[in-house]
Unconditional design. Sequence first.
Length: 290
Amino acid sequence: MPARLVSVINMKGGVGKSTTTVSLAETLALHQRRRVLIIDLDPQTNASIMVAGPEKWNTMREAERTLDFYFESYIVQQKPKPFKQLIESKVSDLKGKPEVALCASAPEFRIVERDMIENFVKRGFQIDMIQKWICERFANGVKTVINEYDYILIDCPPGISLFAEAALIAADAVLAPSIPDYVSRLGLISFRKRALRLINERRGGPSQLMVLATKYDDGFSLHRSEAQLLKDNLGEAMFDVRIPQHVDIAKAAEWSDTPRTFDQKYGAMAPIVAKLGEEFLAKVERAPAL
Ligand SMILES: Nc1ncnc2c1ncn2[C@@H]1O[C@H](COP(=O)(O)OP(=O)(O)OP(=O)(O)O)[C@@H](O)[C@H]1O
Ligand SMILES: [Mg+2]
């Protein structure tokens, strides 16, 4: 069966998209024996560096195996770079070599996106044609590796970009991490509307849009009530598991040169991250629902 594409996305920044992408990938690979590919679509490169470490990421970058080179090769060369060549397998610092692979990003990705748009605008392309072009090239690349994984998790940049929209359109399911507070809820409602409209317009088929409460503080009554409100409104689309605001989640982001066990990496948060993986599979591997 081809991999399911899951975009981890929220217009709001700093809500835990990259952290969720990496921790979910690791628990799916380690505990659930799924083969997972992380595609880092964010020029901030957070997920790339978190999951592969700064040295390996740098080596990939020097070898021109980052996403910016893939899209650039489409524009400047007749023959695009094979998407498969970008992928580095078994990147995680967890013991047991779980099947987490990475298609890395680089800061230059921002410049490539800008240059691409400029180039197309000069040639008289409309924005929706550029969007379509990006979606097609992205999908063409992903297609070549889709049978090698069970899940492809796409870590999206915050805000709105043509690449984030391409990830939204390509996705079989969308996972939106969200901090359970009022401001985030407002953002989430507008994002959800836009996402569902885009998915329906462009693909016509059903897709899943799931929400995960992140940076959750149980001692904060606002967080408790907002998370409950989301659950009441979203029902099954809302994860029961909530990711606490906890130093062990923040610390897990730092690469370790010495391989570590899941418990060593995620500390007190290990059972919660494992639960996230279980609940994710229960949601995604059920019949698709909106
Ligand atoms: N549950 C958590 N507890 C403590 N710190 C967290 C938690 N989740 C994320 N963080 C920290 O918050 C910061 C933002 O997290 P992260 O980079 O995952 O968010 P993001 O949504 O990907 O951000 P961006 O929009 O910039 O891509 C990071 O420093 C991360 O280590
Ligand atoms: Mg991020």
